[in-house]
Design a protein around this ligand. Structure first.
Ligand SMILES: [Zn+2]
Length: 457
């Protein structure tokens, strides 16, 4: 008898094959990938010129085929011919998720019949997701950018990758709830983040070994659980790279993951709206990818120093062009030139969502990256601290609770260390508490928030 798992894998390979055709063979993938090999070495002037050409193209297209932009530009007195410098982007109004929701299908280009469109949804942790349209040609382009990112992380197209993030394994039938599937066409192993715990992590490690996986693409919290479990059980996995995304990650956590898998960790940022792409180069520096979109970094009021919000214009999704889209995601600016030799803008780190700021009693705002930093100093700087996950909860204006998931070997001695360090880190007038829990719930997309406000707050 054929097992459910075999059917899952077969289904995965079939859909993998059709997706791969769309990504790599039918569309503009080869052309864009070849182009990206050259543009990565462009001078600052060449990059500016390239961006201006792509900006003019998307503005023209939006004006001519998207009702929302035709109306908005007419109302604001903007013509496509008014765009002559990159700074002219500021003539446009800034839009956000609420605008997408309100305008509905007016946001879609009338150029494409629905057959050529695919639907995705906005991410985020608050509010209902909004449908996003993508034309099938943008899929090949997107894949070319992803491919170059993987090149920078030292991965070959033939390398098998494992995913431990929002993806869900395929279902063989309605009763089955598989923890993984393997797509042999794309050479991708999908592991369920929702089922990740100390026990399943051991099974996942076995799968990673048996499928000869070379890279792990994961939420930092999930990669961390894998790293801890592998280290505790002396399982040695040699990967070429771990790529993390969608949550903030600090240096300590990065080191633990890096040690466990004997490779570098490359963090990256992307959004389902496809307006901005940020990832690390071989030197480990975060670069804003200039061929992908035009990114404006807006300073925030009362925000932590050097923190900016990403407002971005995507160059490639013709089905639903977004001009000056407010991502509500924050970054810490850098501005130094990278030793890798590329002239792409650099940033220090991704700081998380604007809506997820902690306000101290003295009215200082801390972003998720700052919280992650505190957790790093409290928990992760000790390499063998027996905990699997942790987060900070603000119970009231002046009380913070550190929730942690202890693993085998956790003793009163460890608790003392945590309490002492946490008290020291929380110096801005907060009362600090600690609480051991069995498990910490993930968001519907499987993400993990390092800071939450208590419901009673
Ligand atoms: Zn670089």
């Amino acid at each position: 008898m054929i097992s459910n798992q075999t059917i899952n894998n077969l289904k995965a390979a079939l859909s993998g094959f059709s997706t791969l055709t769309l990504k790599r063979y039918a569309g503009p993938y080869r052309h864009t990938y070849k182009w990206l090999q050259q543009t990565q070495w462009y001078s600052p002037d060449q990059l500016k010129h390239l961006q201006l050409v792509l900006l003019k193209r998307i503005v023209n297209h939006a004006y001519n085929t998207v009702p929302f932009y035709r109306n908005a530009m007419d109302a604001d007195g903007i013509k496509p011919s008014d765009i002559n410098r990159l700074e002219d982007i500021e003539k446009f109004r800034i839009i956000n998720k609420a605008d997408l929701k309100k305008s509905g299908s007016d946001m879609y280009s009338k150029k494409y019949p629905s057959l050529f469109l695919k639907t995705a949804h906005t991410g985020g942790t608050t509010g209902l997701p909004v449908p996003l349209k993508r034309d099938i040609f943008s899929i090949g382009n997107e894949h070319a950018f992803v491919r170059r990112q993987f090149d920078w992380a030292g991965l070959k197209p033939s390398d098998t990758t494992a995913y431990l993030e929002g993806r869900k394994p395929k279902f063989a039938n309605s009763n089955a709830n598989p923890k993984y599937h393997y797509d042999s066409a794309a050479k991708e192993l999908t592991l369920s983040t929702f089922d990740l715990n100390e026990k399943s992590a051991l099974d996942y490690a076995d799968l990673i070994k048996s499928y000869n996986v070379k890279a792990l693409i994961a939420y930092p919290s999930a990669a961390f659980v894998m790293a801890k479990v592998c280290t505790q059980n002396q399982i040695n996995l040699h990967l070429k790279a771990v790529l993390t995304t969608a949550e903030t990650i600090d240096e300590y956590k990065k080191n633990i993951i890096s040690k466990a898998f004997n490779c570098d960790v490359f963090d990256f940022y992307g959004s389902s709206e496809r307006v901005c792409y940020i990832h690390c180069c071989p030197s480990g520096t975060y670069h804003i990818i200039p061929e992908y979109g035009l990114v404006e970094l807006k300073p925030l009021e009362n925000s932590p120093p050097q923190t900016f919000k990403i407002i971005a214009t995507g160059f490639w999704n013709m089905a639903m062009p977004l001009i000056r889209y407010d991502t509500k995601d924050l970054v810490v600016a850098d501005g130094t030139k990278c030793p890798c030799g590329r002239n792409f803008p650099t940033i220090k780190k991704i700081s998380g969502r604007e809506s997820n700021l902690l306000t101290t009693p003295s009215a200082v705002q801390l972003g998720p990256a700052a919280i992650e930093c505190i957790l790093g100093r409290v928990l992760y700087q000790t390499y063998d601290m027996p905990i699997l996950a942790a987060r900070v909860i603000q119970d009231s204006t002046d009380t913070l609770t550190l929730e942690y998931v202890p693993t085998e070997g956790f003793s009163p001695r460890h608790l003392k260390i945590i309490q002492k360090r946490f008290n020291k880190q929380i110096s801005s007038g907060f009362k600090a508490q600690t609480k051991a829990v069995k498990d910490i719930k993930r968001t519907p997309s499987g993400k993990f928030l390092s800071f939450v406000m208590s419901e009673h707050h």
